[in-house]
Design a binder for this molecule. Structure first.
Ligand SMILES: *Cc1c(COP(=O)(O)O)cnc(C)c1O
Length: 383
């Protein structure tokens, strides 16, 4: 039952939490809420929704931002509108190449959109899809590529982009971890045909629940917006079946109040991450996953790989930390391809995913949030 002990360690006074969501000053949230009470716009693209879309467009340098109620629905919407945005040469193409080293929502979204995931192996440095493995997995049945910037570390966007162009395949990024990352002079969320951001409570920028799809042009944004509003064309016409994936005014208010603080939060996360990295630099068998070569990392998480020279494996280290009142998470373990819903997919065969398997056995995420007190962090480092 060691797994349970780690997952549900009680939140006692001296427990070090894994994450602690950021919140803006309550008064700033309240003044936005006051506006909702005055104008009685609660949802359906109200004024706060419009303001948040515009603010995010500016922040990300992305003209076509579509707010959605969460990233999972955003990813489903992106895949469901592919036919309108990027028709496929093969009308029966049903496979989406993706990574097994992610949160299960990535593959769930593929399946809920009506496609099947095909798992390709990852790169041992970035922990993201290996471009050569993606290319090897392409068949006439391939409909799209869904890559994940795990822990906000950028995928090899050049190589993946080149493969997508070469085979005429849409490239979608699950950028749930990537808010605030800047790469090659632009926001990480602006790469690919679509990038999907999550504004869930545990992410770098949150609206409690929420997300956005970063679209390549006005037509694709309109397609996402329509899909997330039941497919409604106008008062009388529904051209295709959509769902309700809208973000309410309350969530938009949370985002507007939060956004001015996100850069400070990222800087504070960076200080915490730097202290960990310095403390672990001389420890044999602990490899930190740092994002080298980005213009700005967001320090969404602090994953380490517990390698052979350390003496304990990742599971045992997680147990030792739990005993010391420190909550860690074996994220992502197990691989999505090892979960019973996806185990029967042919590409789930462990023989084809050796790197992902090894990384998943070794990875451990340490507590990281902007206001993690130094004394608490020292306790983590001491263990
Ligand atoms: C959080 C997360 C999601 C899902 O985001 P929601 O907004 O909660 O739907 C998808 N992919 C990854 C990698 C995530 O971490």
């Amino acid at each position: 039952m060691r797994k349970k002990a780690v997952a549900v360690a009680p939140l006692e006074m001296d427990t070090v939490r894994l994450v602690r969501p950021s919140l803006p000053p309550l008064s700033e949230f309240q003044s936005l809420i006051k506006g909702i009470w005055d104008n009685r716009f609660l949802t359906n693209s109200g004024p706060l929704h419009a303001r948040l879309e515009a603010a995010l467009s500016r922040y990300l340098g992305a003209p076509h931002v579509s707010l959605v109620s969460n990233a999972t629905l955003g990813a489903i919407a992106a895949m469901r509108v592919l036919g309108q945005v990027r028709p496929s040469a093969n009308p029966h193409a049903s496979e989406v190449i993706t990574t097994p080293f992610s949160f299960v929502a990535t593959s769930n979204a593929i399946r809920m959109a009506g496609f099947e995931p095909v798992f390709a192996d990852i790169d041992p440095q970035s922990l993201n899809l290996c471009p050569e493995a993606v290319e090897r997995a392409i068949t006439p049945a391939t409909r799209a590529i869904m890559a994940v910037h795990a822990f906000g570390v950028p995928c090899d966007v050049d190589a993946l982009g080149a493969i997508a162009r070469k085979y005429g395949l849409p490239l979608i990024y699950d950028a749930a971890h990537g808010f605030g990352v800047r790469h090659r002079g632009q926001a990480l969320a602006t790469f690919g045909d679509f990038s999907v951001l999550s504004f869930h409570a545990t992410k770098v920028f949150n609206t409690f629940e929420g997300g956005a799809v970063i679209c390549p042009n006005a037509a694709s944004k309109a397609a996402i917006d329509k899909f997330c509003n039941h497919g409604i064309e106008d008062a009388e016409e529904i051209a295709f079946a959509g769902f309700n994936g809208k973000l309410s005014e309350l969530h938009a208010a949370a985002g507007l109040a939060q956004l001015p603080y996100v850069d400070e939060d990222i800087a504070a996360r960076g200080i915490v991450a730097r202290r960990y990295a310095d403390a672990f630099a001389g420890i044999a068998g602990i490899r930190c996953i740092l994002s080298e070569g980005v213009d700005r990392h967001n320090h969404y998480a602090f994953p380490v790989l517990v390698e052979e020279g350390y003496g304990l494996d990742a599971a045992a280290l997680a147990d030792a930390m739990a005993e010391a009142g420190i909550i860690t998470r074996r994220y992502f373990h197990p691989l999505i391809s090892d979960m019973s819903v996806y185990r029967n997919v042919p590409s789930s065969d462990p023989a084809g995913l050796p790197v992902a398997r090894q990384v998943s056995e070794r990875v451990l995420c340490l507590p990281l949030y902007p206001d993690l007190p130094v004394e608490e962090q020292e306790r983590v480092i001491d263990v």
